[in-house]
Design a binder for this molecule. Structure first.
Ligand code: GDP
Ligand code: IMO
Ligand code: MG
Length: 496
Protein backbone atom coordinates (compact mmCIF):
# COMPACT_ATOMS: atom_id res chain seq x y z
CA UNK A 1 0.00 0.00 0.00
CA UNK A 2 1.26 3.47 -0.81
CA UNK A 3 1.48 5.65 2.23
CA UNK A 4 1.66 9.38 1.76
CA UNK A 5 5.12 10.59 2.61
CA UNK A 6 6.91 7.33 1.86
CA UNK A 7 8.13 8.78 -1.35
CA UNK A 8 8.44 12.31 -2.58
CA UNK A 9 9.49 15.57 -1.03
CA UNK A 10 8.38 16.79 2.37
CA UNK A 11 5.38 19.00 2.91
CA UNK A 12 5.17 21.70 5.59
CA UNK A 13 2.09 23.77 6.28
CA UNK A 14 2.19 27.20 7.91
CA UNK A 15 -1.09 28.30 9.52
CA UNK A 16 -2.13 31.47 11.32
CA UNK A 17 -3.14 30.53 14.89
CA UNK A 18 -4.94 33.70 15.83
CA UNK A 19 -6.51 36.51 13.77
CA UNK A 20 -4.03 37.02 10.97
CA UNK A 21 -0.80 39.04 10.88
CA UNK A 22 0.99 36.63 13.18
CA UNK A 23 4.13 36.94 11.06
CA UNK A 24 3.43 34.06 8.68
CA UNK A 25 5.28 35.76 5.82
CA UNK A 26 8.48 35.91 7.85
CA UNK A 27 8.25 32.28 8.93
CA UNK A 28 7.43 31.14 5.39
CA UNK A 29 10.39 33.11 4.11
CA UNK A 30 12.63 31.52 6.71
CA UNK A 31 11.65 27.97 5.87
CA UNK A 32 11.25 28.47 2.14
CA UNK A 33 15.04 28.37 1.99
CA UNK A 34 14.69 24.59 2.17
CA UNK A 35 11.57 24.37 0.00
CA UNK A 36 11.22 24.22 -3.76
CA UNK A 37 7.61 25.35 -4.10
CA UNK A 38 5.58 27.69 -1.88
CA UNK A 39 1.81 27.37 -2.20
CA UNK A 40 -0.98 29.71 -1.13
CA UNK A 41 -4.10 27.58 -0.69
CA UNK A 42 -6.79 30.09 0.26
CA UNK A 43 -7.62 33.77 0.37
CA UNK A 44 -6.48 36.41 -2.05
CA UNK A 45 -5.10 39.92 -1.87
CA UNK A 46 -6.72 40.47 1.51
CA UNK A 47 -3.48 39.02 2.88
CA UNK A 48 -0.48 41.20 3.61
CA UNK A 49 2.65 39.22 4.31
CA UNK A 50 5.89 40.93 5.26
CA UNK A 51 9.35 39.61 4.55
CA UNK A 52 12.36 41.50 5.86
CA UNK A 53 15.86 40.55 4.95
CA UNK A 54 19.19 42.08 5.73
CA UNK A 55 18.12 44.06 8.82
CA UNK A 56 20.41 44.01 11.80
CA UNK A 57 20.15 44.88 15.44
CA UNK A 58 20.41 48.61 16.01
CA UNK A 59 23.15 50.11 18.11
CA UNK A 60 20.91 50.47 21.16
CA UNK A 61 20.20 46.80 21.12
CA UNK A 62 16.66 47.21 19.82
CA UNK A 63 15.57 45.58 16.64
CA UNK A 64 16.09 47.37 13.38
CA UNK A 65 12.66 48.01 11.98
CA UNK A 66 11.98 47.55 8.35
CA UNK A 67 11.15 51.18 7.93
CA UNK A 68 13.26 53.01 5.45
CA UNK A 69 14.07 55.82 7.88
CA UNK A 70 15.83 53.62 10.39
CA UNK A 71 17.29 50.81 8.40
CA UNK A 72 17.23 51.58 4.70
CA UNK A 73 20.90 50.87 4.40
CA UNK A 74 20.64 47.42 5.86
CA UNK A 75 17.19 45.99 5.38
CA UNK A 76 14.92 45.18 2.51
CA UNK A 77 11.23 44.81 3.13
CA UNK A 78 8.72 43.11 0.87
CA UNK A 79 5.00 43.27 1.44
CA UNK A 80 3.14 40.63 -0.51
CA UNK A 81 -0.59 40.24 -0.87
CA UNK A 82 -0.94 37.53 -3.44
CA UNK A 83 2.41 36.30 -4.67
CA UNK A 84 3.64 33.54 -2.31
CA UNK A 85 6.45 34.76 -0.05
CA UNK A 86 8.86 32.05 -1.27
CA UNK A 87 9.44 33.87 -4.58
CA UNK A 88 11.70 36.29 -2.69
CA UNK A 89 14.15 33.41 -2.40
CA UNK A 90 13.65 32.44 -6.03
CA UNK A 91 11.28 29.53 -5.29
CA UNK A 92 8.27 28.69 -7.46
CA UNK A 93 5.10 30.25 -6.10
CA UNK A 94 1.74 28.58 -6.65
CA UNK A 95 -1.71 30.07 -6.13
CA UNK A 96 -3.83 27.01 -5.50
CA UNK A 97 -7.40 26.35 -6.54
CA UNK A 98 -8.60 27.50 -3.11
CA UNK A 99 -7.41 31.05 -3.78
CA UNK A 100 -9.37 33.93 -5.22
CA UNK A 101 -7.21 35.85 -7.64
CA UNK A 102 -7.32 39.50 -8.61
CA UNK A 103 -5.24 39.47 -11.82
CA UNK A 104 -4.60 43.20 -11.57
CA UNK A 105 -2.94 42.74 -8.16
CA UNK A 106 -1.11 39.65 -9.35
CA UNK A 107 0.54 41.32 -12.33
CA UNK A 108 1.21 44.56 -10.43
CA UNK A 109 2.89 42.63 -7.62
CA UNK A 110 4.99 40.58 -10.06
CA UNK A 111 5.96 43.81 -11.83
CA UNK A 112 7.01 45.49 -8.57
CA UNK A 113 9.18 42.49 -7.70
CA UNK A 114 10.77 42.62 -11.16
CA UNK A 115 11.58 46.28 -10.63
CA UNK A 116 13.40 45.19 -7.49
CA UNK A 117 15.53 42.76 -9.44
CA UNK A 118 13.62 39.53 -8.83
CA UNK A 119 12.26 37.20 -11.48
CA UNK A 120 9.20 35.64 -9.84
CA UNK A 121 8.05 32.27 -11.10
CA UNK A 122 4.33 32.26 -10.22
CA UNK A 123 1.81 29.62 -11.32
CA UNK A 124 -1.93 29.96 -10.91
CA UNK A 125 -4.43 27.14 -10.62
CA UNK A 126 -6.94 27.04 -13.46
CA UNK A 127 -9.51 26.14 -10.83
CA UNK A 128 -8.88 29.28 -8.76
CA UNK A 129 -11.66 31.86 -8.92
CA UNK A 130 -11.24 35.33 -10.36
CA UNK A 131 -12.05 38.48 -8.41
CA UNK A 132 -13.81 40.97 -10.71
CA UNK A 133 -14.35 44.70 -10.10
CA UNK A 134 -18.02 44.04 -9.32
CA UNK A 135 -16.95 41.78 -6.45
CA UNK A 136 -14.95 44.60 -4.93
CA UNK A 137 -17.83 47.05 -5.35
CA UNK A 138 -20.29 44.62 -3.81
CA UNK A 139 -17.92 44.04 -0.89
CA UNK A 140 -18.05 47.77 -0.12
CA UNK A 141 -21.78 48.08 -0.74
CA UNK A 142 -22.60 45.26 1.64
CA UNK A 143 -20.24 46.54 4.31
CA UNK A 144 -21.85 49.98 4.19
CA UNK A 145 -25.30 48.42 4.42
CA UNK A 146 -24.31 46.22 7.34
CA UNK A 147 -22.73 49.21 9.11
CA UNK A 148 -26.22 50.70 9.47
CA UNK A 149 -26.98 47.86 11.89
CA UNK A 150 -23.45 47.68 13.39
CA UNK A 151 -23.02 44.38 11.64
CA UNK A 152 -20.10 45.27 9.39
CA UNK A 153 -16.99 43.10 9.46
CA UNK A 154 -14.37 45.64 8.48
CA UNK A 155 -13.35 43.64 5.42
CA UNK A 156 -10.32 44.59 3.39
CA UNK A 157 -12.66 45.62 0.55
CA UNK A 158 -10.89 43.36 -1.91
CA UNK A 159 -14.00 41.50 -3.01
CA UNK A 160 -13.05 38.30 -1.21
CA UNK A 161 -16.47 37.42 0.24
CA UNK A 162 -18.50 38.12 -2.92
CA UNK A 163 -16.07 36.03 -5.01
CA UNK A 164 -16.29 33.01 -2.69
CA UNK A 165 -20.07 33.49 -2.65
CA UNK A 166 -20.13 33.15 -6.43
CA UNK A 167 -17.90 30.10 -6.22
CA UNK A 168 -20.35 28.40 -3.84
CA UNK A 169 -23.26 29.67 -5.95
CA UNK A 170 -21.73 28.03 -9.03
CA UNK A 171 -21.75 31.26 -10.97
CA UNK A 172 -18.07 32.15 -10.42
CA UNK A 173 -15.54 32.62 -13.19
CA UNK A 174 -12.31 30.69 -12.87
CA UNK A 175 -8.78 31.41 -14.05
CA UNK A 176 -9.20 28.67 -16.65
CA UNK A 177 -12.24 30.51 -18.05
CA UNK A 178 -10.09 33.56 -18.83
CA UNK A 179 -8.19 31.43 -21.32
CA UNK A 180 -11.25 30.72 -23.46
CA UNK A 181 -12.90 33.79 -25.02
CA UNK A 182 -16.27 32.11 -25.62
CA UNK A 183 -16.52 30.70 -22.13
CA UNK A 184 -15.50 34.03 -20.59
CA UNK A 185 -18.13 35.94 -22.57
CA UNK A 186 -20.88 33.41 -21.80
CA UNK A 187 -20.09 33.45 -18.10
CA UNK A 188 -20.00 37.25 -17.92
CA UNK A 189 -23.26 37.52 -19.85
CA UNK A 190 -24.90 35.24 -17.32
CA UNK A 191 -23.53 36.70 -14.13
CA UNK A 192 -23.06 40.44 -14.63
CA UNK A 193 -26.76 41.35 -15.11
CA UNK A 194 -27.48 39.54 -11.82
CA UNK A 195 -24.78 41.50 -10.03
CA UNK A 196 -26.04 44.76 -11.52
CA UNK A 197 -29.59 43.97 -10.42
CA UNK A 198 -28.34 43.10 -6.94
CA UNK A 199 -26.47 46.40 -6.59
CA UNK A 200 -29.23 48.53 -8.08
CA UNK A 201 -32.45 46.86 -7.00
CA UNK A 202 -31.52 45.31 -3.66
CA UNK A 203 -28.97 47.81 -2.39
CA UNK A 204 -30.22 50.83 -4.39
CA UNK A 205 -26.75 51.79 -5.62
CA UNK A 206 -25.99 53.15 -9.07
CA UNK A 207 -23.54 51.00 -11.00
CA UNK A 208 -20.75 52.00 -13.35
CA UNK A 209 -18.27 50.26 -15.58
CA UNK A 210 -17.44 47.65 -12.91
CA UNK A 211 -20.68 46.07 -14.12
CA UNK A 212 -20.14 46.63 -17.86
CA UNK A 213 -19.83 43.32 -19.72
CA UNK A 214 -17.94 44.81 -22.68
CA UNK A 215 -15.30 46.46 -20.51
CA UNK A 216 -14.91 43.41 -18.29
CA UNK A 217 -14.62 41.06 -21.23
CA UNK A 218 -11.90 43.15 -22.91
CA UNK A 219 -9.86 43.64 -19.77
CA UNK A 220 -10.09 40.08 -18.42
CA UNK A 221 -9.51 38.53 -21.82
CA UNK A 222 -6.21 40.41 -21.90
CA UNK A 223 -5.34 39.01 -18.47
CA UNK A 224 -6.13 35.56 -19.88
CA UNK A 225 -3.76 36.17 -22.76
CA UNK A 226 -1.02 37.31 -20.41
CA UNK A 227 -1.45 34.24 -18.23
CA UNK A 228 -1.29 32.02 -21.32
CA UNK A 229 1.65 33.85 -22.91
CA UNK A 230 3.68 33.44 -19.73
CA UNK A 231 2.54 29.85 -19.32
CA UNK A 232 1.39 30.61 -15.79
CA UNK A 233 -1.71 28.45 -15.46
CA UNK A 234 -1.65 24.94 -14.05
CA UNK A 235 -3.76 22.09 -12.76
CA UNK A 236 -2.44 22.66 -9.24
CA UNK A 237 -3.02 19.16 -7.81
CA UNK A 238 -1.40 17.45 -10.79
CA UNK A 239 1.47 19.97 -10.94
CA UNK A 240 2.28 19.63 -7.23
CA UNK A 241 2.02 15.85 -7.26
CA UNK A 242 4.38 15.51 -10.20
CA UNK A 243 6.89 17.86 -8.63
CA UNK A 244 6.64 16.23 -5.22
CA UNK A 245 7.02 12.73 -6.66
CA UNK A 246 10.24 14.00 -8.24
CA UNK A 247 11.45 15.09 -4.79
CA UNK A 248 10.31 18.72 -4.55
CA UNK A 249 9.78 20.01 -0.99
CA UNK A 250 6.53 21.90 -0.64
CA UNK A 251 5.68 24.68 1.80
CA UNK A 252 2.08 25.78 2.23
CA UNK A 253 1.63 29.43 3.10
CA UNK A 254 -1.59 29.99 4.99
CA UNK A 255 -3.12 33.44 4.92
CA UNK A 256 -5.38 35.00 7.56
CA UNK A 257 -5.79 32.94 10.74
CA UNK A 258 -7.83 30.33 12.57
CA UNK A 259 -10.30 32.75 14.16
CA UNK A 260 -10.94 34.23 10.70
CA UNK A 261 -11.72 30.79 9.22
CA UNK A 262 -15.23 30.67 7.77
CA UNK A 263 -15.90 27.39 9.63
CA UNK A 264 -13.70 27.55 12.71
CA UNK A 265 -13.51 31.30 13.23
CA UNK A 266 -15.87 33.64 14.99
CA UNK A 267 -18.48 33.79 12.29
CA UNK A 268 -19.71 36.11 10.82
CA UNK A 269 -16.63 38.26 11.63
CA UNK A 270 -14.45 36.07 9.45
CA UNK A 271 -13.03 35.84 5.98
CA UNK A 272 -14.69 33.51 3.46
CA UNK A 273 -12.10 30.75 3.19
CA UNK A 274 -10.40 28.05 5.31
CA UNK A 275 -7.00 29.17 6.61
CA UNK A 276 -6.88 26.08 8.88
CA UNK A 277 -4.68 23.19 7.72
CA UNK A 278 -7.54 21.24 6.11
CA UNK A 279 -7.72 24.10 3.62
CA UNK A 280 -4.26 23.20 2.38
CA UNK A 281 -5.55 19.90 0.99
CA UNK A 282 -8.78 21.22 -0.46
CA UNK A 283 -7.13 24.37 -1.77
CA UNK A 284 -4.21 22.71 -3.53
CA UNK A 285 -5.36 19.33 -4.79
CA UNK A 286 -2.82 17.42 -2.69
CA UNK A 287 -4.68 14.97 -0.45
CA UNK A 288 -5.16 15.32 3.32
CA UNK A 289 -2.80 12.40 3.99
CA UNK A 290 -0.04 14.25 2.16
CA UNK A 291 -0.64 17.44 4.12
CA UNK A 292 -1.07 15.53 7.39
CA UNK A 293 2.07 13.55 6.84
CA UNK A 294 4.14 16.72 7.09
CA UNK A 295 4.62 19.26 9.84
CA UNK A 296 1.86 21.77 10.54
CA UNK A 297 3.26 24.88 12.19
CA UNK A 298 0.92 27.29 13.94
CA UNK A 299 2.29 30.80 13.79
CA UNK A 300 1.33 33.04 16.69
CA UNK A 301 2.21 36.34 18.26
CA UNK A 302 3.20 36.54 21.91
CA UNK A 303 0.06 38.71 22.28
CA UNK A 304 -3.00 39.27 20.06
CA UNK A 305 -3.90 41.61 17.27
CA UNK A 306 -7.02 41.96 15.20
CA UNK A 307 -8.04 44.22 12.31
CA UNK A 308 -11.73 44.61 11.76
CA UNK A 309 -14.72 44.21 14.01
CA UNK A 310 -15.92 41.24 16.06
CA UNK A 311 -15.24 40.30 19.68
CA UNK A 312 -11.82 39.98 21.27
CA UNK A 313 -12.18 38.98 24.92
CA UNK A 314 -8.63 39.91 25.95
CA UNK A 315 -8.57 43.24 24.13
CA UNK A 316 -6.68 46.09 25.75
CA UNK A 317 -8.28 49.48 25.20
CA UNK A 318 -9.91 49.75 21.80
CA UNK A 319 -9.81 51.18 18.30
CA UNK A 320 -12.66 53.38 17.22
CA UNK A 321 -14.66 51.94 14.34
CA UNK A 322 -13.36 48.42 14.98
CA UNK A 323 -13.82 47.53 18.65
CA UNK A 324 -17.53 46.77 19.13
CA UNK A 325 -19.26 49.41 21.21
CA UNK A 326 -16.05 51.39 21.68
CA UNK A 327 -16.52 55.12 21.44
CA UNK A 328 -13.22 56.16 23.00
CA UNK A 329 -10.49 58.16 21.39
CA UNK A 330 -6.89 57.08 21.15
CA UNK A 331 -4.93 56.49 24.35
CA UNK A 332 -3.30 59.89 24.18
CA UNK A 333 -6.65 61.56 24.03
CA UNK A 334 -8.12 59.45 26.80
CA UNK A 335 -5.10 59.84 29.05
CA UNK A 336 -6.11 60.02 32.67
CA UNK A 337 -8.87 62.42 31.75
CA UNK A 338 -11.73 59.99 32.00
CA UNK A 339 -10.91 59.26 35.59
CA UNK A 340 -10.84 55.52 35.01
CA UNK A 341 -7.29 54.60 35.79
CA UNK A 342 -7.68 50.97 34.75
CA UNK A 343 -9.02 51.93 31.34
CA UNK A 344 -6.38 54.57 30.83
CA UNK A 345 -3.65 52.10 31.79
CA UNK A 346 -5.04 49.56 29.33
CA UNK A 347 -5.14 52.20 26.61
CA UNK A 348 -1.53 53.12 27.30
CA UNK A 349 -0.49 49.49 27.21
CA UNK A 350 -2.37 48.95 23.94
CA UNK A 351 -0.69 51.98 22.41
CA UNK A 352 2.70 50.81 23.63
CA UNK A 353 2.28 47.32 22.11
CA UNK A 354 0.81 48.74 18.90
CA UNK A 355 3.78 51.05 18.43
CA UNK A 356 6.43 48.56 19.57
CA UNK A 357 5.03 45.82 17.33
CA UNK A 358 4.24 48.07 14.34
CA UNK A 359 0.63 46.96 14.56
CA UNK A 360 -0.81 48.75 11.56
CA UNK A 361 -2.49 46.80 8.75
CA UNK A 362 -0.17 45.75 5.92
CA UNK A 363 -3.01 46.05 3.39
CA UNK A 364 -5.19 48.81 4.77
CA UNK A 365 -2.88 50.71 7.15
CA UNK A 366 -5.57 50.50 9.85
CA UNK A 367 -4.36 50.48 13.46
CA UNK A 368 -4.71 46.93 14.74
CA UNK A 369 -6.58 46.16 17.93
CA UNK A 370 -4.32 44.49 20.50
CA UNK A 371 -4.88 42.22 23.48
CA UNK A 372 -3.21 39.77 25.81
CA UNK A 373 -2.46 36.27 24.64
CA UNK A 374 -5.50 34.00 24.67
CA UNK A 375 -4.72 30.32 25.37
CA UNK A 376 -8.28 29.02 24.80
CA UNK A 377 -7.98 30.47 21.30
CA UNK A 378 -4.68 28.69 20.74
CA UNK A 379 -6.02 25.37 22.02
CA UNK A 380 -8.87 25.69 19.55
CA UNK A 381 -6.42 26.50 16.73
CA UNK A 382 -4.09 23.62 17.63
CA UNK A 383 -6.99 21.17 17.53
CA UNK A 384 -8.52 22.48 14.29
CA UNK A 385 -5.21 22.23 12.40
CA UNK A 386 -3.36 19.41 14.24
CA UNK A 387 -0.38 21.65 14.96
CA UNK A 388 2.88 19.78 15.27
CA UNK A 389 4.82 22.90 16.23
CA UNK A 390 4.40 26.53 17.27
CA UNK A 391 6.26 29.52 15.90
CA UNK A 392 6.00 32.26 18.54
CA UNK A 393 6.70 35.72 17.12
CA UNK A 394 7.07 39.16 18.65
CA UNK A 395 8.72 37.99 21.86
CA UNK A 396 10.85 41.16 21.53
CA UNK A 397 7.76 43.36 21.32
CA UNK A 398 6.61 42.44 24.82
CA UNK A 399 10.04 43.13 26.33
CA UNK A 400 10.34 45.82 28.95
CA UNK A 401 7.13 45.13 30.87
CA UNK A 402 7.22 44.26 34.57
CA UNK A 403 4.53 41.64 34.13
CA UNK A 404 2.55 40.12 31.29
CA UNK A 405 -0.91 38.62 31.47
CA UNK A 406 -2.01 35.44 29.74
CA UNK A 407 -5.63 34.37 29.49
CA UNK A 408 -5.55 30.73 30.58
CA UNK A 409 -9.29 30.01 30.51
CA UNK A 410 -12.64 31.73 30.25
CA UNK A 411 -15.47 32.06 32.72
CA UNK A 412 -18.91 32.17 31.19
CA UNK A 413 -22.06 32.25 33.28
CA UNK A 414 -20.31 30.54 36.17
CA UNK A 415 -18.77 27.85 33.99
CA UNK A 416 -15.11 27.43 33.16
CA UNK A 417 -14.03 26.90 29.56
CA UNK A 418 -10.63 25.88 28.23
CA UNK A 419 -11.42 26.62 24.61
CA UNK A 420 -13.50 28.84 22.31
CA UNK A 421 -17.30 28.42 22.33
CA UNK A 422 -18.94 27.68 18.99
CA UNK A 423 -21.08 30.78 18.85
CA UNK A 424 -19.70 34.25 18.58
CA UNK A 425 -22.20 35.65 21.07
CA UNK A 426 -20.99 33.23 23.72
CA UNK A 427 -17.38 33.98 22.89
CA UNK A 428 -18.10 37.68 23.33
CA UNK A 429 -19.61 36.91 26.73
CA UNK A 430 -16.51 35.03 27.94
CA UNK A 431 -14.63 36.62 30.83
CA UNK A 432 -10.90 35.95 30.43
CA UNK A 433 -9.18 34.52 33.49
CA UNK A 434 -5.59 35.67 33.58
CA UNK A 435 -2.41 34.30 34.97
CA UNK A 436 0.32 36.86 35.55
CA UNK A 437 3.82 36.02 34.44
CA UNK A 438 6.98 37.99 35.01
CA UNK A 439 8.10 40.22 32.16
CA UNK A 440 11.56 40.27 30.58
CA UNK A 441 13.92 43.07 29.68
CA UNK A 442 14.83 44.35 26.28
CA UNK A 443 18.11 42.92 25.16
CA UNK A 444 20.43 42.59 22.20
CA UNK A 445 18.21 40.29 20.17
CA UNK A 446 20.84 39.89 17.47
CA UNK A 447 23.16 38.33 20.04
CA UNK A 448 20.33 36.14 21.33
CA UNK A 449 19.73 34.76 17.84
CA UNK A 450 23.43 34.09 17.39
CA UNK A 451 23.70 32.18 20.66
CA UNK A 452 20.40 30.36 20.41
CA UNK A 453 17.46 29.53 22.64
CA UNK A 454 19.40 29.41 25.93
CA UNK A 455 20.41 33.06 25.42
CA UNK A 456 16.77 34.18 25.45
CA UNK A 457 16.03 36.03 28.73
CA UNK A 458 15.01 33.39 31.32
CA UNK A 459 11.59 34.99 31.84
CA UNK A 460 10.90 35.04 28.13
CA UNK A 461 11.79 31.34 28.06
CA UNK A 462 9.43 30.74 30.96
CA UNK A 463 6.69 32.55 29.02
CA UNK A 464 7.04 30.56 25.78
CA UNK A 465 7.44 27.28 27.64
CA UNK A 466 4.28 28.02 29.63
CA UNK A 467 2.39 28.65 26.39
CA UNK A 468 3.73 25.51 24.75
CA UNK A 469 2.78 23.36 27.74
CA UNK A 470 -0.70 24.83 28.07
CA UNK A 471 -1.41 24.38 24.36
CA UNK A 472 0.26 20.98 24.24
CA UNK A 473 2.38 21.75 21.20
CA UNK A 474 6.20 21.98 21.11
CA UNK A 475 7.95 25.16 20.07
CA UNK A 476 9.44 25.10 16.57
CA UNK A 477 10.64 28.70 16.36
CA UNK A 478 10.72 32.00 18.22
CA UNK A 479 10.67 35.38 16.51
CA UNK A 480 12.57 38.19 18.20
CA UNK A 481 12.47 40.72 15.37
CA UNK A 482 11.02 41.25 11.90
CA UNK A 483 14.11 40.18 9.99
CA UNK A 484 14.49 36.69 8.54
CA UNK A 485 17.64 36.36 10.61
CA UNK A 486 15.82 37.23 13.84
CA UNK A 487 14.21 33.84 14.35
CA UNK A 488 15.50 31.23 16.77
CA UNK A 489 14.79 27.85 15.25
CA UNK A 490 14.35 25.01 17.73
CA UNK A 491 12.98 22.43 15.35
CA UNK A 492 13.27 22.92 11.61
CA UNK A 493 10.33 21.06 10.03
CA UNK A 494 12.32 20.33 6.86
CA UNK A 495 15.24 18.94 8.83
CA UNK A 496 14.08 15.40 9.56
P1 GDP B 1 1.45 37.96 8.27
O1 GDP B 1 0.23 38.52 7.61
O2 GDP B 1 1.12 36.85 9.21
O3 GDP B 1 2.50 37.54 7.28
O4 GDP B 1 2.05 39.12 9.15
P2 GDP B 1 2.20 40.68 8.73
O5 GDP B 1 3.34 40.81 7.80
O6 GDP B 1 0.91 41.26 8.31
O7 GDP B 1 2.50 41.33 10.14
C1 GDP B 1 3.56 40.93 10.93
C2 GDP B 1 4.45 42.15 11.21
O8 GDP B 1 5.28 41.85 12.30
C3 GDP B 1 5.37 42.49 10.06
O9 GDP B 1 5.64 43.87 10.07
C4 GDP B 1 6.61 41.67 10.39
O10 GDP B 1 7.79 42.18 9.80
C5 GDP B 1 6.65 41.82 11.87
N1 GDP B 1 7.23 40.69 12.61
C6 GDP B 1 7.12 39.36 12.37
N2 GDP B 1 7.74 38.63 13.34
C7 GDP B 1 8.22 39.54 14.22
C8 GDP B 1 8.93 39.43 15.48
O11 GDP B 1 9.24 38.33 15.97
N3 GDP B 1 9.23 40.60 16.09
C9 GDP B 1 8.91 41.83 15.58
N4 GDP B 1 9.24 42.92 16.26
N5 GDP B 1 8.25 41.95 14.42
C10 GDP B 1 7.91 40.84 13.76
P1 IMO C 1 -2.94 38.00 6.65
O1 IMO C 1 -2.75 36.88 5.67
C1 IMO C 1 -5.60 40.10 9.36
C2 IMO C 1 -9.82 40.32 8.20
C3 IMO C 1 -10.40 41.66 7.80
C4 IMO C 1 -11.84 41.46 8.26
C5 IMO C 1 -12.09 39.99 7.92
C6 IMO C 1 -12.79 39.77 6.58
O2 IMO C 1 -2.11 39.19 6.37
O3 IMO C 1 -2.80 37.50 8.04
P2 IMO C 1 -12.03 39.95 4.04
O4 IMO C 1 -11.50 41.12 3.27
O5 IMO C 1 -11.12 38.76 4.06
O6 IMO C 1 -13.43 39.59 3.65
O7 IMO C 1 -12.13 40.49 5.57
O8 IMO C 1 -10.83 39.37 7.90
N1 IMO C 1 -8.62 39.92 7.43
C7 IMO C 1 -7.38 39.91 7.94
N2 IMO C 1 -6.92 40.29 9.15
N3 IMO C 1 -4.76 39.56 8.46
C8 IMO C 1 -5.21 39.15 7.26
O9 IMO C 1 -4.44 38.47 6.39
C9 IMO C 1 -6.57 39.35 6.93
N4 IMO C 1 -7.33 39.09 5.84
C10 IMO C 1 -8.58 39.43 6.17
O10 IMO C 1 -9.78 42.72 8.50
O11 IMO C 1 -11.94 41.59 9.65
MG1 MG D 1 -0.72 40.33 7.36
Amino acid sequence: MHRAGETGGMVVTIVGSQLGDEGKGGIVDRWSEAADIVVRYQGGDNAGHTVVSGGTATADGGTATASTETASDVSTEYKLSLVPSGVIRGKTGVLGNGCVVNPETLFAEIERLRERGLDPDVRVAKRAHVIFPYHRELDGIEERTKADSDFDIGTTGKGIGPTYEDRAGRRGIRIGDLLDPDVLRDRLEYVVPQKRALAESVFGVETGDAFDIGRLYGEYRRYGERLADRDMTIDAGAFLTTKRDAGAEILFEGAQGTLLDVDHGNYPFVTSSNPTAGGAAVGSGLGPAVVGDGAVIGVMKAYLSRVGTGPLPTELGGVKGQTPGYGGESADEVGEANGQDGDAADERLATHIREAGGEYGTVTGRPRRVGWLDLPMLRHAARASSFSGLAINHVDTLAGMDTVQVCVRYDIEGETRETVPATTERWAACEPQYEELEGWSDTDWGAVVEKGYEALPAKARAYVEFVSEEVGVPIAAIGVGPDRAQTIVLDDPFDR
